[in-house]
Design a protein around this ligand. Structure first.
Ligand code: CP
Ligand code: NVA
Length: 317
């Protein structure tokens, strides 16, 4: 019988809420160090770290949904750490025609050392983690997007110092990205004010989890209240991958657009962040996302540096 357990020292990265605050901080600091080293040496994107810390590791990346940032950042992260990666689109796999998630996990565990999954359903991610003998990384599900928010924390701290005690405002859909921000608010001890219509509020179980764990998370229907004195204002698309009611969503969420008026309610030094892809004129105006307070390009680049740190953490390095 195969023992479906991870190797000693290896671990899954399923959600920010499923790791310790110490480990979350370790990943951020590791990413800062990896980025600094790469910049100091002015390395080209195709460089390989002199120690090639993942030289013996291979990563399978499964996509059930499209991706630009996540796919390229993970692939380049593996390359830069000296490892290998294989990109798999769901529709090209037997998974796409009904092979079970658990059989897929067991088979891939014999070929690669870790699996990154962008899944339609969070249940599939958990099923994969249950069956796999190698670390599973959540690269976005309908529930959460933890890799993105780890990059966001890194970006915030580069521009505005420690996030501890800072106020982050979210305006828009209480979606998967918002859920990972709620998790992060607890682990990194910052205040998070989410503004959204009631129908689009983040899952009650997540808000309850945050409150039970001492999180300073508030939910309001008023974007001005959320943005007031914030150190950072964040939004995301009003129509996520898999959402079918686009017209209704755009209408219901139009008052939650991040524009110059809303940014004026935040601190003058406030940052603007967005995980991208963005829809100018919908969740954010062009003057904000392309303006001086926006740090979206650093945020996108930081996906690469955080992916490297997350991968190393998964392998206990
Ligand atoms: N932010 C993000 O996850 O982008 P992609 O969908 O392009 O991977
Ligand atoms: N909430 C968006 C994030 C995309 C990176 C989605 O799930 O489509």
């Amino acid at each position: 019988m195969t023992d479906y357990k991870l190797k000693q020292g290896h671990r899954h990265f399923l959600d920010i809420s499923s790791i310790s605050p110490e480990d979350a901080r370790e990943i951020i600091e590791k990413a800062k160090a990896l980025k600094k080293a790469a910049k100091e040496q002015n390395q080209s994107k195709g460089f390989v770290h002199p120690d090639a810390p993942l030289r013996d590791q291979a990563l399978a990346m499964i996509f059930e949904k499209p991706s630009t940032r996540t796919r390229v950042s993970f692939e380049m992260a593996m390359h830069q750490l000296g490892g290998k990666s294989v990109v798999l689109q769901n529709h090209d796999m037997q998974l796409g025609r009904g092979e079970s998630v658990s059989d897929t996990a067991k088979v891939l565990s014999g070929f690669v050392d870790a699996i990154m999954l962008r899944a339609n359903s969070h249940e599939a991610l958990l099923e994969m983690a249950e069956a796999s003998t190698v670390p599973i990384i959540n690269a976005l599900t309908d529930f959460s997007h933890p890799c993105q928010i780890m990059a966001d924390i890194l970006t915030f701290e580069e521009h505005a110092g420690s996030i501890k005690g800072k106020k982050i405002a979210w305006s828009g859909d209480g979606n998967n990205v918002a859920v990972s921000w709620i998790h992060a608010a607890v682990l990194f001890d910052c205040e998070l004010a989410v503004a959204c219509p009631k129908e689009y509020a983040p899952l009650e179980q997540v808000v309850g989890w945050a409150k039970n764990n001492g999180g300073k998370v508030s939910i309001t229907e008023n974007p001005v209240d959320a943005a007031k004195d914030a150190d950072c204002v964040i939004t995301d698309t009003f129509v996520s991958m898999g959402d079918e009611d686009a017209d209704k969503r755009l209408k219901d969420l139009e008052n939650y657009q991040v524009n110059a008026d809303l940014m004026a309610d935040a601190k003058p030094s406030a940052l603007f962040m967005h995980c991208l892809p963005a829809h100018r004129g919908e969740e954010v105006t062009a003057d904000v996302i392309d303006g001086p307070q926006s740090v979206i390009w650093d945020e996108a680049e930081n996906r690469l540096h955080i992916q490297k740190a997350i991968l190393m953490w998964c392998f206990g390095k």
